[in-house]
Ligand binder design. Structure first.
Ligand SMILES: CC(=O)N[C@H]1[C@@H](OP(=O)(O)OP(=O)(O)OC[C@H]2O[C@@H](n3ccc(=O)[nH]c3=O)[C@H](O)[C@@H]2O)O[C@H](CO)[C@@H](O)[C@@H]1O[C@H](C)C(=O)N[C@@H](C)C(=O)N[C@H](CCC(=O)O)C(=O)O
Ligand SMILES: Nc1ncnc2c1ncn2[C@@H]1O[C@H](COP(=O)(O)OP(=O)(O)OP(=O)(O)O)[C@@H](O)[C@H]1O
Ligand SMILES: N[C@H](CCC[C@H](N)C(=O)O)C(=O)O
Ligand SMILES: [Mg+2]
Length: 488
């Protein structure tokens, strides 16, 4: 039986009206989900304020309410608990409700602007291949052992996190790798979790629509490391100028990795080709089937984490050499007849786009045309639009601007904002095609033998959201169909 008092363990209570000894059914932070005998946790969100739905939740059967300000109307027989921070209370309560599953598992959190999905997925793949039961919480999917579930967020809400962690414990999972987004940290979705380790990838321009400025964005990421326990490891990319900042106030054991600086874990790129990377990691040569210098950082972070989690070095190196790229991350296909290479990549930030384009340019021999198809999401940071268009026009032979997920915005208005970033000398290299499928088709028609097409921004996504409506859309499938048609 779930007694409210037990579920409130470790939550700082400011005021209680009613009895906390009551048995409750489930925790809910959305009044629309309330059932009989549930607890409603009222949260001040970015759009609305959960406190406005307290009465509705009670009318729908809530037995208790957790809130930051007591409602004017107190209903007899209902327990009201006032807390300083409802989001934090929700996270602690979620962990208690599900029996603190993160304490029974080795949980590793990966944070940073780019590389989270890649590192968490490949760690899951590597540890699974090493014979361990593993879990994964990522942008692309949630995995409990081999069972997959749909992911709606990079870092889900704390109830969802703990629900899946509990499933993992029940399934005998030993290691769980999870992405920790800045929204997740800021909304305290990961509070109350017990982490065995934290990894920092890098920090660049993203989500400045949500965070006040870059400093706030950085400090939110840092908070994840500040909160790590002493027993945990904190592994940071010291080549990133904010790598050290992350470790400033952590009590966890500190480790660094780098390609360019002195670090605990060091790697060197010996070869960088379309077929993979030849790396030297702590004096061992290693061939991996991952492409692009940024993946050398990802591989190094994985190598270091495997060692910190106790995997044997030789086994780690052997397993690393078998890893394949993650869906929508530098996923490529080559048309049989024309030898046109199409690359689908989730680069949806200026930095990621620059990285991918520089990677392609570093590998291509020079004569091939590089055609980039790219758009920017609606209802998201608008300042990245001109930057991404600038980068695409600068680093490609031709750039086709198109729609990503316009969401509730006018697709053409987004493209116009992108176009503002193109320097005049690049005007003739760019064109705009609003319909994404049409834009991909245009790229395929323009491409000649040996040319390269990069389709950036949507990676693994299997939908496109226009006018708030989602329809099936898969960059990789579409470009494959078009290239196959070319073969006929
Ligand atoms: C901007 C943002 O992060 N929003 C998240 C936030 O919602 P919100 O603050 O907007 O909620 P709100 O609509 O204002 O409502 C406030 C409260 O009132 C409640 N409510 C509301 C209406 C009602 O009738 N009854 C009711 O009780 C809501 O359930 C909520 O508890 O809290 C919700 C519950 O946890 C999240 O689902 C929601 O994610 C939205 C859908 C979202 O798109 N988030 C993205 C931006 C996000 O989180 N992305 C990051 C990754 C980014 C990256 O690194 O690339 C992620 O981790 O996925
Ligand atoms: N270590 C890295 N440094 C820079 N860029 C990277 C790195 N790893 C991957 N990328 C680029 O960033 C894109 C996103 O990678 P990935 O999905 O692994 O990041 P993420 O942090 O999970 O992103 P999101 O916040 O959108 O979930 C990739 O498609 C690739 O272009
Ligand atoms: N986690 C990111 C993903 C962006 C992916 C891009 N395709 C878009 O839709 O803007 C976000 O929600 O901002
Ligand atoms: Mg991700």
């Amino acid at each position: 039986m779930n007694i409210l008092r037990d579920i409130l363990y470790k939550v700082t209570l400011e005021k209680v009206v009613g009895n906390t000894g009551v048995a409750i059914r489930e925790l809910q932070f959305d009044s629309r989900e309330i059932g009989l005998d549930d607890v409603f946790i009222a949260i001040k969100g970015t759009v609305s304020d959960g406190h406005e739905y307290i009465e509705k939740a009670v009318n729908q059967g809530a037995l208790a309410v957790v809130c930051e300000t007591m409602p004017k109307h107190i209903v007899n027989g209902i327990t009201y608990v006032q807390v300083a921070d409802s989001q934090q209370a929700l996270a602690m309560m979620a962990a208690n409700y599900y029996g603190n599953p993160s304490e029974s598992i080795k949980l590793v959190g990966i944070t940073g602007t780019n590389g989270k999905t890649t590192i968490s997925t490949l760690l899951y793949n590597l540890f699974t291949a090493a014979g361990f039961e593993c879990g994964l919480l990522s942008t692309v999917k949630i995995l409990v052992g081999r069972t997959g579930y749909k992911a709606t967020h990079t870092t889900p809400d704390s109830l969802t996190i703990n629900k899946y962690l509990a499933k993992m414990v029940a399934a005998g999972v030993e290691f769980c790798f999870m992405e920790v987004s800045s929204h997740g940290i800021h909304q305290k979705r990961t509070e109350g979790l017990h982490f065995t380790g934290g990894i920092f990838t890098n920090l660049s321009h993203d989500h400045l629509d949500y965070h006040k400025d870059f400093k706030e964005y950085r400090d939110v990421k840092k908070k994840f490391f500040d909160d790590l326990p002493k027993s945990a490891f904190a592994l940071t990319n010291i080549d990133d100028k904010n790598g050290n900042v992350m470790l400033q106030n952590t009590s966890a054991k500190k480790y660094t990795y780098a390609l360019k600086s002195y670090a605990d874990y060091k790697a060197q790129i010996l070869e960088n080709q379309f077929s993979g990377l030849l790396l030297k990691i702590n004096n061992n040569e290693l061939w991996v089937r991952l492409i692009g210098s940024f993946n050398a950082y990802n591989v190094l972070a994985i190598y270091a984490t495997a060692e910190l989690l106790g995997l044997e070095q030789m086994e780690t190196l052997q397993l690393l050499s078998t890893l394949e790229s993650v869906d929508g991350r530098f996923q490529f296909s080559i048309s049989a007849r024309e030898k046109i290479t199409a690359i689908v990549d989730y680069a949806h930030t200026p930095d990621a786009l620059k990285n991918v384009l520089e990677t392609i340019n570093a590998i291509r021999t020079g004569n091939e045309t590089l055609i980039t198809v790219v758009g920017c999401g609606g209802d998201r940071d608008t300042t990245k639009r001109p930057k991404m268009a600038h980068i695409a026009s600068q680093l490609s032979t031709k750039a086709i601007f198109t729609s990503d997920n316009p969401r509730t915005e006018d697709p053409e208005a987004i493209i116009e904002e992108m176009e503002q970033g193109v320097p005049p000398e690049n005007y003739k290299k760019t064109l705009s095609v609003t319909d994404r499928k049409q834009a991909i088709k245009t790229a395929c028609q323009l491409a000649e033998t040996n040319d390269i097409i990069l389709i950036a921004g949507k990676g693994h996504e299997t939908y496109q959201e226009i006018n708030g409506k989602r329809t099936d859309f898969d960059d990789f499938k579409i470009v494959n169909q078009l290239l196959t048609a070319l073969n006929k």
